[in-house]
Design a protein around this ligand. Structure first.
Ligand code: GYE
Length: 330
């Protein structure tokens, strides 16, 4: 009888131990993490895909609570959202800064509150680098270089035969004024073109990364320069797609009379390439959700994050559009 009682006690001890092993009580991965994310808005297909990536990825992490705020492309709204995240005492703040400058005061407030800040997609321009822990996103200067390199290597082959190689007139649709991708893509593009003096930017204006603005500004370019325009460089696909419409309405053939180079590689760009209206798109991936939440988990587990997490990207010319389109996720 005593032996039986002992056996039972032993069994119970083993069972309790086993249950404890299976259900650890306080694992870092189980601890709730509240993340405040301030998004720029919904200005482009890229941005919509970026938002989708963030929201859907957050759902895959049971311990993450995402507070998502849309700033409708206004910096003041982003600053308000960040202040409200600080007031709510979130664990991590992440945001995609609409412009580069003007963030130092609010980032200092976050630092004082002890809340780490992750920069997603776009960088900020501040003297104090201790105000953010990591910046994840694309190398926009490199994207500008890729666009220009593709242009100088392929223009002669693709141009309308009656166009000359002596002077190649480029019009440029810039992104949002003061934003990192607009500043950097322009820099990268010009850096390469500096070695090819026959390629000249004759007009350059912001189309704010939107289709409607891209169309409107292209209409003005066409009105001023007409058939003189040989190339359009759009800082994103949405503006290029808007411009394609303007070019058609003007009576010229986009992709033939005007060679069109743009950036992002969204689905709409592939569709335009299949119709022969866009010549190339340089990839800029918006699918930042997985790396963002991995970084959040690592940060909260006490790991040190790299200061810079660069997204890997390619270049897609018209010739590969049909093959690549079915594999595109945005
Ligand atoms: O290229 C554009 C979007 O910041 C990389 O913002 C992003 C840019 C993207 O509106 O389409």
């Amino acid at each position: 009888m005593r032996k039986l009682v002992m056996m039972n006690v032993l069994l119970i001890v083993v069972l309790i131990f086993g249950v404890l092993m299976i259900c650890p009580t306080s694992d870092a991965a189980d601890k709730e993490i509240v993340v405040g994310f301030s998004q720029i808005g919904a200005e482009s297909a890229w941005r919509v895909a970026n938002t989708e990536s963030i929201i859907s990825e957050a759902k895959k992490h049971p311990n993450i609570v995402l507070k998502f705020s849309d700033a409708q492309q206004k910096q003041e709204n982003q600053i308000k959202a960040i202040r409200s995240f600080i007031a709510q005492g979130v664990d991590v703040i992440a945001f995609s800064p609409v412009v580069e400058t003007g963030w130092t005061p609010v980032l200092k407030e976050a630092k004082r509150a002890g809340i780490p800040v992750i920069l997603s997609d776009r960088a900020v321009d501040t003297d104090d680098d201790s105000l953010w822990v990591t910046f994840m996103g694309s190398d926009f200067v490199e994207e500008g270089r890729r666009a220009a390199n593709w242009l100088v290597e392929n223009y002669e082959r693709l141009k309308n035969p009656d166009k000359s190689m002596d002077v190649i007139n480029i019009v440029e649709l810039q992104g949002t004024v003061g934003s990192a991708p607009a500043i950097d893509r322009k820099d990268g593009f010009e850096e390469v073109l500096a070695k090819y003096p026959n390629f000249k930017i004759i007009k350059s204006q912001s189309g704010d990364f939107t289709r409607s603005k891209g169309k409107e500004v292209m209409e003005a370019f066409l009105k001023a320069e007409g058939k003189k325009i040989d190339v359009l460089f759009g800082h994103n696909d949405d503006m290029a797609i808007g411009a394609i419409q303007a070019i058609e309405e003007y009576g010229l053939k986009p992709g033939k009379d005007i060679i069109i180079v743009s950036i992002d590689a969204v689905r709409g760009a592939f569709e335009a390439m299949l119709e022969g209206k866009l010549n190339v798109t340089v990839e800029c991936s918006p699918l930042l959700g997985p790396q963002l939440f991995q970084a959040v988990q690592d940060l909260m587990a006490g790991k040190e994050l790299p200061r810079r997490i660069v997204t890997e990207e390619g270049v897609f010319p018209q010739e590969v559009a049909a093959e690549v389109l079915p594999t595109r996720k945005y």
